[in-house]
Design a protein around this ligand. Structure first.
Ligand code: SAM
Ligand code: SF4
Length: 320
């Protein structure tokens, strides 16, 4: 798949639910959001149909996300369905990790290739504050559980915030020393009503270098995402940065998104959406491929986080 700027699009992020068992401050309001009705959410079979169509025109990688994907029943059934589609090379999951220990074995048996676990702090009280209700020990149990399956690539995603962010960054980065996992620091993106300052990549790297010595840049690109990575001596995993705000990466963008209710979203921060669910439920499956190909011509060149008021949804609704 090519978009209007000649970028190759081979990666689909699929939100399978807008529900979540946490309420992270930067993602969801404390009271939650008005949830989609169950009938409006794509079934696993409908998601499979969309992926089968897109795999015919170059879809290679999918990531299951949400909301919290593991709160949806039998999430591994979807992994199983997508993993056998010809052309799809990787099926990965992004989770807050709370239910990972419970489902790790089924997910891995279904063929899961990678899991990204979101973890913003190692401090139990701060974790509870950020997530408004979470128990960090469950996330760490999930991380331990997935270590039993070395075939699964594990990454930690960490959004830094608060005045103590330097110490937080140092303690979360330590996980890449203890485990063979990559730890990525994600700049907080100003979505919805969120106005909090970001902790810029260069400042985070400086803090880590003060603690762990000089980092070696990793020249070879790792994976196909927007992260840049460095290596610290003695660490088993790498440290990465995803800096949508301070280091815009849109020129290499390879991704599109599917929301839980079946809208194709061309950019994280764009209100342009194409209703694939309507095509499916009207029996117009033959139109999926031409519709997506036509839509891709209008994928924005870049996000515009600098401009307020464009994005009104939060990450859990978009499918982060
Ligand atoms: N519930 C799962 C989780 O937390 O990993 C998957 C969905 S969540 C929306 C996906 C990722 O988006 C998480 O790593 C989260 O930290 C990140 N995220 C949410 N809101 C964000 C924001 N405003 N800026 C940057 N990252 C954000
Ligand atoms: Fe839930 Fe993930 Fe959003 Fe946190 S970041 S509220 S875990 S969807």
């Amino acid at each position: 798949m090519k978009d209007g700027y000649g970028r190759t699009i081979d990666y689909l992020r699929i939100s399978i639910t807008d529900r979540c068992n946490l309420r992270c401050m930067y993602c969801m309001p404390e009271a939650g959001i008005p949830y989609l009705a169950h009938r409006d959410i794509l079934t696993y079979e409908e998601i499979e149909t969309i992926c089968r169509a897109l795999a015919q025109i170059g879809l290679e990688h999918v990531r299951i996300t949400g909301g919290e994907p593991l709160v949806r029943q039998q999430c591994w059934r979807l992994v199983e369905k997508l993993r056998v589609i010809s052309g799809i090379q990787t099926v990965a999951l992004t989770t807050n990790g709370i239910l990972l220990a419970q489902y790790a074995q089924q997910l891995v048996s279904a063929g899961l290739d990678g899991v990204n676990i979101s973890l913003d702090t190692m401090d139990a009280a701060v974790y509870r504050e950020i997530t408004r209700c979470g128990d960090v020990s469950r996330v760490l149990a999930g991380l331990e559980a997935i270590q039993q399956y070395p075939q699964v690539t594990v990454k930690i995603n960490s959004v830094l915030s608060g005045t103590n962010w330097k110490q937080t960054a140092i303690s979360v980065a330590e996980l890449a020393k203890r485990y063979p996992v990559h730890v990525r620091f994600i700049e907080r993106m100003p979505l919805a009503e969120d106005n909090a300052p970001v902790c810029p990549q260069d400042d985070v790297l400086a803090a880590l270098q003060t603690a762990y010595g000089a980092a070696q840049p990793c020249e070879k690109p790792m994976g196909f995402g927007p992260s840049t990575y460095v290596q610290f001596a003695g660490f088993r995993g790498k440290i990465g940065f995803i800096s949508a705000v301070s280091h815009k990466f849109c020129e290499d963008c390879n991704r599109i998104r599917l929301t839980a209710n079946g809208k194709l979203r061309l950019c994280l921060q764009s209100n342009q959406m194409i209703d694939l669910r309507a095509l499916l439920r009207q029996g117009r499956i033959d139109e999926l491929i031409p519709t997506v190909q036509e839509a891709l011509k209008y994928k924005p060149q870049a996000h515009c986080f600098g401009q307020r008021g464009i994005e009104t949804a939060c990450m859990s609704q978009i499918g982060g």
